[in-house]
Design a protein around this ligand. Structure first.
Ligand SMILES: *[C@@H]1O[C@H](CO)[C@@H](O)[C@H](O)[C@H]1NC(C)=O
Ligand SMILES: [Cu+2]
Length: 324
């Protein structure tokens, strides 16, 4: 019989492997190494550019309130921000060896209001996609996926910050989606960065999404069957989310065709998104007010434009005003 201590040691050594899941554990940019959040260590005293997260488990629903920055993605007590030049490369290091080789890789940015992302709820932000890769070659059934390429390159993914992005404070969100089983598994991870030396190309309306909101559970890219007969000859894969930054038409973002499913009760203390889902149907007149950090205006926005007492509706750009 094993001593208790031996069992504990074996169990903890085997844990990440047994779970066969994970996330981003570190970042690098321009020769600088940034240690990520350690989800299985005590949050007390951890200081990182990563937004904190708490488990290697995947998110299994497109409407999960933690889809923006993982569970739960709220700012750390000792939250740090990395200063990163527009046009430079940022690399995310996933835990090794990343186990899921079928699915896309995606990277998003969301600009924070004000002079810092500290204290900003990731659910209130508008995200635009700066990098995406899906099925790289071959068929859906047996081809090469971006997630497989990520594994091949030391379980890392590198994205260039577009030089045209306006300077400012952003959350960057790296994500891999695993498609080997259904429902699809989302693994998003966020870091706080300050982009310097940027350009002046703001994202267009149809390039901006919220999380949750940017994906619908029924998206073809989230429901694709890797094992069916069709997969043996299919060589196309539709990456979920909005058009890439710079590829949108400027039209208002397309509306979901059906009401998003109500999400399960949040398993965390992260505040739920407070802005009402946009809809093209006429709205009943309402006296609703937008709470702190909620959207209160912008092209295409149909929710409440009055802020709760003590907050002012402040224009961030043509598409987004926020109660701050
Ligand atoms: C591979 O990634 C690990 C972190 O997961 C890092 O410590 C190591 O330096 C990387 N190796 C190379 C060759 O980049
Ligand atoms: Cu997994």
């Amino acid at each position: 019989m094993f001593a208790f201590a031996t069992l504990v040691a074996l169990a903890s050594a085997a844990l990440p492997q047994a779970l066969a899941h994970g996330g981003v554990l570190a970042w690098s940019n321009a020769g600088n190494w940034y240690q990520g959040w350690a989800p299985y260590n005590s949050p007390t005293g951890q200081t990182s550019i990563s937004r904190p997260w708490s488990s290697y488990n995947p998110i299994l629903s497109a409407t999960d309130p933690t889809l923006a920055c993982n569970n739960d993605g709220s700012p750390g007590a000792l939250q740090k921000t990395a200063t990163i030049k527009a046009g430079s490369e940022i690399t995310a290091y996933w835990n090794q060896i990343w186990p899921h080789d079928t699915g896309p890789m995606l990277t998003y940015l969301a600009q924070c209001p004000g002079s810092s992302c500290d204290g900003v709820n990731s659910n209130t932000l508008k995200w635009f996609k700066i990098d995406e890769a899906g099925l790289l070659s071959g068929t859906v059934a047996s081809g090469k996926w971006a997630a497989g390429a990520m594994i091949d390159q030391n379980s890392t993914w590198t994205t260039t910050i577009p030089s045209t992005v306006p300077s400012g404070n952003y959350l960057i969100r790296f994500e891999t989606i695993a498609l080997h089983s259904m429902p699809a598994q989302f693994y998003p991870e966020c870091a706080q960065i300050q982009i310097t030396g940027g350009g002046n190309q703001a994202p267009k309306a149809d390039e901006l999404v919220t999380f949750p909101g940017g994906y619908v559970q029924s998206d073809p890219g989230l429901t694709i069957d890797l094992y069916g007969e069709a997969a043996k000859t299919q060589t196309t894969y539709v990456i979920p989310g909005p058009p890439l930054y710079g590829k949108g038409t400027g039209a208002p973002a397309p509306r979901p065709t059906s009401a998003p499913a109500t999400s399960a009760p949040a398993k965390t203390s992260a505040p739920a998104k407070t802005s009402a889902p946009a809809t093209s149907a006429p709205r009943p007149t309402t006296t609703a007010v937008a709470s702190q950090f909620a959207q209160c205006g912008g092209i295409g926005f149909t929710g409440p434009t009055t802020c709760a007492s003590g907050f002012t509706c402040t224009v961030q750009n043509d598409y987004y005003s926020q109660c701050i």
